[in-house]
Design a protein around this ligand. Sequence first.
Ligand code: FES
Ligand code: FES
Length: 156
Amino acid sequence: MRIHFNLNGKAIAVDAPVGTSALSLLRDYLGLKGTKEGCGIGECGACAIEVDGKAVNACLMFAAQLDGRTVLTVEGLETPSGLHPIQEAFRDHHAVQCGYCTPGLLMSTHALLAEKPHPDHDDINTAISGHLCRCTGYKNIVSAIEAAGKNPGGKN
Ligand code: FES
Ligand code: FES
C-alpha cells in the first residue's frame, strides 16, 4: 500500500503494509522517533500528532488514513532559528522532566493555540486532558502553555 501525504511541510510517498498504524508509519517506516508510543490504546497522549491541524493519537489511526492529509509531528515544530516558541515555553517553565510525554503535549498545545491563541485554564485543561505525565504534576505544563499563549513570538 502506498500512502501519499504532506509531512512537516514536504510531500512524501511511503509504502507500508495494510493495517500499519500511523504511529508505526512515522517511527518505523519514516524514522521519526520523536512521536512516542506509550499505551498504544489511546489513553496516554504520548503519540499525539497533528492531522489537518487537529491533535490526534497516532496509535489509533491507520497509516492509510493519512493519505492526502497534512501531518505535523514534533520534528516539524523546530524553526530555522531554533526551538519553536512552545518548546521554549516548556523549557523555560520546567515543564519537562523525563520528556516522554512532551512531544505529544507540544503537538496538542500547537493545535490548541492555532485554534485559540489565548486559551484560558479550561481550554488548556481540556486540551491536555488526554495526556498522562508521570513526572511533572501538570502545573508547570499548564504554566508553559499559558505563557506560550501570552507570548506567541517566543523568548519568554
Ligand atoms: S500511545 Fe497513543 S495514546 Fe498512548
Ligand atoms: S515529563 Fe516524564 S512523563 Fe511527563
